[in-house]
Design a protein around this ligand. Structure first.
Ligand code: AMP
Ligand code: ZN
Length: 113
């Protein structure tokens, strides 16, 4: 999507501090980190939110979650543990309409809604 911020990061039109990239996925540091480690993991395919995925996207989203676990290992937060957050639409607090997984860790994190 041409006017999507995260598609622009995928297409290198906007810089980001990348932690992982392959054919289907990209991970980069959140610009306003809410934990010592705060990484966003996205599919390169533009899917607006979890609520907008099609049944055919299920394998890709499954792989996305596996990739999140692998990145947690890669950045050294897996042993202690971490939190994974998906914000969806207005009440979920989603600001960027391109599905992204927040990977948060590096300290004990509490549950706030
Ligand atoms: P959400 O509220 O789930 O849509 O989260 C969007 C996240 O994207 C926020 O945590 C922002 O800090 C982050 N963000 C916005 N712009 C950028 C950017 N250019 N590079 C990295 N992270 C960003
Ligand atoms: Zn997009």
């Amino acid at each position: 999507m041409t006017d999507c911020l995260f598609c622009k990061i995928v297409n290198n039109q906007i810089p980001a501090e990348k932690t992982f990239e392959d054919k289907n996925f990209l991970a980069f540091k959140d610009i306003h980190p809410k934990a010592p480690t705060h990484i966003l993991v996205i599919p390169k395919k533009h899917i607006t939110s979890l609520a907008d995925m099609h049944p055919g996207d299920a394998p890709l989203i499954g792989q996305l979650m596996h990739r999140v676990a692998l990145i947690a290992e890669q950045v050294g937060i897996a042993e202690k543990g971490y939190k994974v957050v998906l914000n969806i639409r207005e009440h979920g607090g989603q600001v960027i309409p391109h599905i992204h997984v927040h990977l948060l860790g590096g300290k004990a994190l509490h549950w706030e809604v």
